[in-house]
Design a binder for this molecule. Sequence first.
Ligand code: HSE
Length: 305
Amino acid sequence: MVSSVVVRAPSSTANLGPGFDVFGLALDAFYDEIRLEKSDHGIKIQSSDTIPLVPEKNSAGLVVKEMTKKFKIKSGVVLKIKKGVPAGFGMGSSAASAAAAAVAFDALFELNIDSNTLVKFAGIGERASAGSIHYDNVAASTLGGFVIVRTDPFNVIKIEPPKELVLCIAIPNLDIPMKKTQISRSVLPNEIKLSDSIRNLSNAAAIVAGFMKKDVEMIGTSIKDIIVEPARQHLIPGFSQVKKNALYAGALGVTISGAGPSIIAFTSKSSNPKKICSAMEKGFMSAKVKCNTIICRPSNGAIVV
Ligand code: HSE
């Protein structure tokens, strides 16, 4: 009988421009690691990172609590959490913990849960940090690769990304407000023009086609969002300059990573990712903001290690 399990789950970027709350991509930039151990009773969280230790307020704790209830598990569980994904920067930090918890719980109690249900459980964790459930980051972190979250009926479609796809991410050194995701969702329009919806939909469809055809140029040049990005960009000082600089340095497409404030550039192996990163740094410097840049690739999903 299994008594403990360790799972690593990757960071992710959500939306990819026009795919708000629908598209996600797992990234090998950072990983969270969670050890789940059976115990006598109750749910306890241990971590040396600055994270909530109350299960209901912790994205992994909330997942374990709900799964314990749903599967009528009698045993207690101890979660040992090592955060690797920086929290609050649009890199899917809460989602990585939630995905790791769902996959670890499934393995620990040998439940053999199907992938859609695992993503649904991981999504519950987003409520602890984002306030609402959306599945784009958790689906990517759980399953890996590029994911499309279809909500009605619920179904996560995974596509293997092209090997040549490279991402440059600029993570600005900004103070992150509490409830950042809620704030960045509150600035979004309630209604949109049909013509804007058509333009976004055409690019979203081209992104899916690009992943199917393993065509990096089609993916990158379709990363264009005229609905969410314009509404949110004022929350990121230097956004326009970072985007302009990255495109000038050869990026195929640039947008906000998830709810921000990180900015992600899509490019290919044959471009010059270092040049794109330094162009993004200069863009942030124009707004007197320092940033860290990372060159990364798509990742596999959460795995038992
Ligand atoms: N799709 C979500 C958003 C991702 O952009 O608000 C944030 O976690």
